[in-house]
Write a protein that binds this ligand. Structure first.
Ligand SMILES: [Zn+2]
Length: 264
């Protein structure tokens, strides 16, 4: 069956076909090529985090835990995805937290911190400096995908601040490329119009009022999938998303940059 890159977007098969499926020889090579790091803990906020690769730190001591191998594999695979989607762009530091307390140290809402699918973009103190980071739950079954989702937010944020773009667009782009959260082939609609959840406050109020979290992410993702349906490659699709962000950052309206919505 000819699925091409669209398979990865969930339009063909189960959406599991990525540029470098986990466990392939190519993905293992990336892990093997993970930059050598000295096994010295680094303080972020006041928490010691252990390096597993340049730019990636874990809560658990990798010298005493085999879970670090899984995290290194997840990190290396996610980095490879980002290299395809957002090439030649600085990567924010990645902090992989096993515990709720670790996520709370980096800014997680205490009510959400225990969730094993939590990931977020944060600014954290490292020594005397504040730096951008993505914080992701791990190890876990979906750690790599959650990391790609959050990393895309970080990468898009380098083109336009999150708040400058409609929230459904930000979340739809991250969900589309990361396949996280996973979406059914045909998702029930969660909201009459995505334009009613343009702002982060509207998005959050909608999720609180309806409880339709996954459906809302998936409706946003479906709009992005429809928008990008005829784009020939994932790299080109990511470039299209970046172009919208760049246009809005340069003063264009989102409507002018994106055009009409394709699913409503
Ligand atoms: Zn998101």
């Amino acid at each position: 069956m000819l699925c091409g890159w669209v398979a990865w977007a969930g339009a063909c098969g189960d959406g599991g076909t990525r540029s470098q499926p986990l466990g392939t020889a190519a993905a293992r090579d990336v892990v093997a090529g993970c930059d050598h790091v000295e096994p010295v803990a680094v303080l972020f906020e006041s928490r010691a985090m252990f390096p597993i690769c340049a730019g990636a730190f874990v809560e658990i001591d990798p010298t005493t835990s085999s879970a670090a191998d899984a995290l290194r594999r997840d990190y290396a695979w996610a980095r490879q995805e980002l290299d395809v989607l957002f090439p030649a762009q600085p990567r924010p530091t990645v902090l992989l937290c096993a515990s709720a307390a670790c996520k709370e140290d980096f800014g997680a809402d205490p009510e959400a911190a225990a969730a094993d699918d939590l990931g977020f973009v944060a600014h954290v103190r490292r020594g005397d400096t504040i730096e951008g980071a993505v914080v992701v739950s791990g190890p876990g079954e979906r750690t790599a995908a959650i990391l790609v989702h959050e990393w895309i937010h970080g990468a898009m944020g380098q083109h336009a601040q999150y708040e400058l773009l409609p929230t459904w667009f930000n979340e739809g782009v991250a969900t589309f490329f990361a396949d996280e959260p996973r979406c059914p082939r045909v998702a029930a609609r969660a909201v009459a119009s995505l334009r009613s959840i343009d702002t982060k406050a509207q998005w959050q109020a909608h999720l609180r009022a309806t409880g339709r979290t996954q459906q809302t992410y998936c409706q946003s993702r479906d709009e992005i999938a429809a928008w990008l349906a005829n784009v020939p490659s994932r790299a080109d699709a990511a470039a299209a998303a970046r172009a919208v962000a760049d246009a809005v950052a340069n003063g264009s309206s989102f409507d002018a940059a994106y055009g009409r919505l394709h699913t409503e």
